[in-house]
Ligand binder design. Structure first.
Ligand code: SAH
Ligand code: SF4
Ligand code: F3S
Length: 459
């Protein structure tokens, strides 16, 4: 693995800018998938805007259309092919450039399908060639080439890419790329390469700069953040401690840690921290030890429960969020009951629920006892019902408490109200003056609804 500087590509940004000079071009970008992909899209936007394009919300008014794809579940594929179908005529009439990148492009069968059924794209690029986007675009514009720029490698790291962030107070910072865990259902290790960590000094410099630009909430990103390895024994807990010291940063989040690597030093740092949010994402996937074994998750139901208990003992105010898959091959009714049991016991603040989706090339796809669709859906509905039944109680605990929020903006449903988020990610809606946007304030929680809380500012 090498850590490389983006500098070599700068010249292509300049070349494209020259070609585009005075043309008032627009670009559209659609991002699928996880926060890592969103962070990649922010880098794409950074490069694209430097090349003279302005962002636009309508693909069919744009000169450059970019898709940053995900392939973790099947529905992303349907979404991409549907969108491409809609754009076929627009492309023919207006000649817009269509670029498709991200995780899905690393899959051979998808590359084949695009070439056979959607041959009107201009660029396909993968997860290891994001940095080369300006060069690929230059080759399309200047030589009218169709580009396939995909590398099948473990991956390098590029520092110094331009970045255009979506938000003004909250920023995501990727601390490591790739995954070594090979959970048997998951495509990510095949499309994102092996684990590789950024250098601590590069991460800390980026966060310092963000803090100076006014960012106050940082989310550290990686497929398995607690196996971060900064070299010379510098671990994830060291990184957290060092970020804590950056003065203007008020909130630190990270996603996702793997339960098997949630070590005591990390728990210790969180317990002492005033900035690390006391909501921890602890992906369960299944509550059944037998299923967990076949998923290659490397922990049992009991180990998961005792980890949560240990964390709670050290950090009493902590709450948890999680990811759960239902309908993994061979999942019996008892296995599923074990999942429900863990959900009842932990009382998660937030549960991201997924129906198992077969992914080409993963071991679970080849397992024999695949679960019929109707059983998967029936279990999904039962899990959802349980999770939703826990929401009112979870929300009620906030009533009457005073909470810190970073004000995000006007409420989407009511122009006269503002919204912000609690440390635990719950949305709070309250009456207040627009001047408060982007400020950190204290509110008292007065009422609970299913998906948000109401609050009032202290008089
Ligand atoms: N690295 C992260 C997860 C990344 S993928 C972690 O380990 O937590 C996000 C979530 O998608 C996973 O946690 C899992 O719940 C879900 N997922 C992954 N592959 C899936 C599949 N084949 N079918 C359904 N859900 C899947
Ligand atoms: Fe996928 Fe498992 Fe890696 Fe998460 S830890 S990205 S679920 S293989
Ligand atoms: Fe999807 Fe790739 Fe993220 S497959 S979940 S966008 S790492």
């Amino acid at each position: 693995m090498e850590i490389l500087e983006f500098k070599d590509e700068e010249k292509y940004i300049e070349k494209v800018k020259k070609i585009n000079n005075g043309k008032k071009l627009k670009y559209y970008i659609m991002t699928m998938g996880c926060m890592l992909n969103e962070n990649d899209s922010e880098k794409l936007c950074g490069m694209i805007e430097k090349m003279g394009y302005e962002k636009c919300d309508d693909a069919k008014s744009s000169d450059l259309i970019v898709f940053n794809t995900c392939c973790v579940r099947e529905n992303a594929e349907e979404k991409l092919f549907g969108k491409l179908g809609e754009l076929k005529n627009y492309k023919k009439q207006k000649g817009a450039i269509i670029a498709i990148g991200g995780c899905m492009m690393q899959e051979k069968h998808i590359q084949k399908k695009l070439n056979e059924s959607y041959p009107f794209f201009d660029i396909i690029f993968g997860t290891h060639t994001l940095n080369k986007f300006p060069e690929d675009l230059y080759n399309v514009l200047s030589k009218r080439l169709r580009i396939t720029d995909i590398l099948d490698i473990d991956g390098d790291i590029y520092e110094g890419l331009p970045i255009k962030r979506e938000d003004k107070t909250r920023a995501s910072v990727t601390i490591m790329y790739g995954c070594n865990n090979f959970c048997t259902y998951c495509i990510v290790p095949y499309v994102r390469g092996r684990e590789r960590s950024r250098k601590p000094e590069d991460i800390l410099r980026e966060i310092k700069e963000l803090s100076e630009e006014g960012y106050r909430e940082i989310t550290l990103l990686g497929q398995n953040v607690n196996s971060y390895d900064g070299g010379d024994g510098y671990k994830f807990s060291n990184l957290l401690s060092d970020i804590e010291k950056i003065e203007k940063i008020e909130r630190i989040r990270f996603i996702s840690p793997h339960p098997k690597d949630f070590t005591d030093d990390v728990i210790e740092v969180i317990s002492k921290s005033n900035k690390i949010c006391k909501i921890l994402h602890l992906p369960l996937q299944s509550g059944s030890t037998a299923v967990l074994k076949r998923m290659n998750r490397k922990y049992t139901k009991e180990q998961y429960l005792s980890l949560a208990k240990k964390i709670k003992e050290k950090i009493p105010e902590v709450v948890f969020s999680t990811d759960i898959i239902v309908g993994f091959p061979g999942e019996t009714e008892e296995d599923f009951e074990d999942t429900l049991d863990v959900v009842r016991k932990i009382n998660f603040e937030q549960v991201f629920m997924f129906i198992y989706s077969r992914r080409v090339g993963t071991p679970a796809d080849k397992m024999e006892d695949q679960i019929p669709e109707e059983i998967k859906h029936e279990r999904f509905d039962r899990l959802k019902e349980l999770v939703e039944s826990q929401i009112p109680e979870n929300n009620k605990k906030y009533i009457g408490t005073k909470q810190k929020i970073i004000v995000e903006g006007k409420s989407k449903n009511n122009e006269n109200m503002l919204t912000g988020r609690l440390e635990t990610n719950k949305v709070v809606v309250f009456e207040g003056n627009e001047d408060l946007i982007d400020k950190t304030i204290e509110v008292e929680i007065t009422k609970d609804h299913v998906w948000y809380l109401e609050g009032k500012i202290e008089e």
